[in-house]
Ligand binder design. Sequence first.
Ligand code: UD1
Ligand code: CA
Length: 458
Amino acid sequence: MEHSVVILAAGLGTRMRSKVPKVLHPLLGRPMLRYPVEAARQSGARETVVVVGHGAELVMEALADQGVHFARQKEPLGTAHALAAAKPALQNFTGALLVTSGDTPLISERTLHRLKEALRAQGRGMVVLTMKKDDPYGYGRIVRGADGRVARIVEEKDASPEERAITEVNTGVYAFDAQVWDLLAKVKNDNRAGEYYLPDLVARYLEAGLPVSALMAEDPQELLGVNTRAQLAEVERVLLDRLRAGWMQRGVRMILPETIYLEPGVELAPDVVLEPGVMLKGTTKVAEGARIGAYSVVENSVVGAGAEVRPHSVLEGARLEAGAVVGPLARLRPGAVLEEGAFVGNFVEVKNSVLGPGTKAGHLAYLGDATVGAGSNIGAGVITANYDGEKKHPTRIGQNAFIGSNSVLIAPLDIGDHAFVAGGSAITKNVPEGALAIGRAQQRTIEGWVWRKRKGVS
Ligand code: UD1
Ligand code: CA
């Protein structure tokens, strides 16, 4: 039996207190809604329809590359009304219809599969996924009849005190047969919220003489709903726990793992060491034996085998080859490349520049749009002045060159192999191979000046 999935995501999400639509709040750097969409895809859904409403344009833009259909709910009149909006997209589909919510991001492909199998075993009707909650507050309660079968679902607002004491709750995930569209039309909004409730379909199916059953969730954690910022953080914690556990199983060493933040696109090799407070984002790849120091942030970067990022460094779009060392307190911006064994120390900023093997910039430098050959030394305070107010210009430094402290290299500039730039120089002209360049005012030393000055005063 084929199945399609509808993901309801048109609600207001007022409890988030945010201008951003709830389903676009990021979890590990990806919009929340991407997670159920991914589960639907993995489950082999024929169609995935996302019902949008509040912030529809933004939501559709954020999921434009996900291969899903969008259906628009014009006003948020309730979850049943939202599902009805998906009808035009699925009218000719007669397989199982699985419905879930955009704010239940941990739902797994396995659970979708179980629900579909339960409906298939039953033949027709509907199946609702339920769970037990010690504190069921806020959830729809599963009301069972004298025969123990599901009779209806009652929402918090409409429940009697006895019903509120029920701990079996609606997860908001369902499987329906193709009768769903006809039965949806019979759902009314005669409840305290004045909304069209999707859980009302239980009663409508039973009325039509079709079977309704409940399937207990295997892992209630999967059904955590995000209605508040605290729940968003809780769900993110669950995702992080899973990611970290997976990497540790594959040989990654984490010191105080609960302080480490990783995104799903990150790849780590065995014997990588991550110190406390590290954040690894985007498509970052860290090779075997590399070490990322405490409180460093590494985004969309490649860290080679045995390389080391010392504490409090920030890397974005950078590449460290094997054995390169960065930090503490260094900043590598997009296009920064440190070839084998190169070193960048504290308060050095590197942008769109290549440092050759073994080259060192130990302290307080800015290298932008520069290429530096192997074995060169960039002194403390060296600046490549790469911007003239209109354009960026390149600086080329050869191998085994020595750039003295506090020099300003005014680009465009070529400095040859083995060249030597004296400290404190402002260099505006090319320096040929093996030459010494000094570009600074001559020092004057006036003997006895201090003693003479003091005599004059007294
Ligand atoms: C819903 C269920 C409740 C269940 C709970 C599980 C209803 C009436 N209640 O309550 O029984 O225990 O989920 O988490 O369904 N949405 C729309 N359009 C609307 C209203 C909502 O698209 O007009 C979407 C929301 O964006 C959300 C989902 O439907 O993704 C659920 O809506 P929400 O308001 O969060 O329902 P709950 O109060 O959580
Ligand atoms: Ca909800």
